[in-house]
Design a protein around this ligand. Structure first.
Ligand code: CAA
Length: 258
């Protein structure tokens, strides 16, 4: 697990951790970092010993956005060729739950990366924002779409039109983050949350994640139909047998991910 230069990876029991690690550039998301992150996430997803994933930065900065020095001077075609943004869609294809542990600056693509995760645990000093307007562009990786679905139109408009930055507490109130903790404990709490999830029934976890994300894509009717099918499908799994038998026998289930 040491083939990376812009991220650090580690396994803690059944949780895989990926730490963004370009401190001098405030973890700006350049091609290399995003490719490494995606590579790490794909390898975690393929590893049966891993049940959940945490993405974090440092206490000072989660990520200050897409790397401006990589984008400056590029044409529209060149930006398309760079293709950094497709990685944000690929993150959505990771089947294991991902918790973002966010502290400090979480801006632009950094905030969009956090929103591509399944849950956000923030430190009290986290600041979320979409400052792309200052650069003469718009958020390009979910900052107008995921943010609006998370916090609603009123706040999203202020954030993207006028670089309104919100504190962790405001983000909690707005529904952008799950939990807020003091600086000295947010990371441990994120790890704890991921740890609790990591030992749950793997097939059901993947189906839950897929179905909640589907709620953003489909009409209620279509979403309910897919949910019902996924529910029935799990009745062909060994874990469903085990889960229900264990309940009836008043013992802890042993999940196989089958
Ligand atoms: N890209 C490249 N480098 C960045 C960066 C970014 N997004 N953000 C910070 N850095 C670099 C700075 O250039 C600086 O490097 P040097 O020391 O070599 O000069 C270093 O990180 C520290 O930055 P500052 O000196 O500016 O630190 P600060 O504490 O005064 O301010 C900050 C911190 C408020 C985060 C400020 O750096 C900032 O505003 N950064 C840019 C934020 C931004 O605009 N993000 C959106 C990017 S576009 C985007 O993300 C598009 C998208 O939707 C995908």
């Amino acid at each position: 697990m040491s083939e990376y230069t812009s991220i650090l990876v580690e396994k803690i029991e059944q949780v895989a951790l990926s730490r963004l690690n370009r401190p001098k550039a405030y973890n700006a998301l350049n091609k290399e970092l995003l490719a490494e992150l995606m590579g790490a996430l794909a390898s975690f997803d393929a590893d049966d010993s891993i049940g959940a994933i945490v993405i974090t930065g440092s206490d000072k900065v989660f990520a200050a956005g897409a790397d401006i020095s990589e984008m400056a001077g590029k044409s529209a075609v060149e930006m398309c060729d760079l293709d950094n943004i497709s990685i944000f869609d690929k993150i959505m294809t990771i089947s294991k739950p991902i918790v973002a542990a966010v502290s400090g600056f979480c801006l632009g693509g950094g905030s969009e990366l956090a929103m591509s995760c399944d849950m956000i645990v923030a430190s009290e000093s986290a600041v979320f924002g979409q400052p792309e307007i200052n650069l003469g562009v718009i958020p390009g990786a979910g900052g107008t779409q995921r943010l609006t679905r998370a916090v609603g139109k009123a706040l999203a408009m202020e954030m993207v039109l006028n670089d309104r930055r919100i504190t962790a507490q405001e983000a909690l109130q707005a529904g952008l983050v799950n939990r807020v903790y003091p600086l000295d404990s947010y990371f441990d709490e994120a790890l704890k949350l991921a740890g609790e999830i990591s030992v749950r029934a793997p097939l059901a976890l993947a189906a839950c994640k897929k179905m909640v994300n589907l709620a953003y894509e489909k009409s209620l009717k279509k979403g309910l139909a897919e949910e019902r099918q996924a529910f029935y499908d799990l009745f062909d799994s060994e874990d469903q047998d085990e889960g229900m038998q264990a309940f009836l026998e008043k013992r802890k289930p042993e999940w196989k991910g089958k």
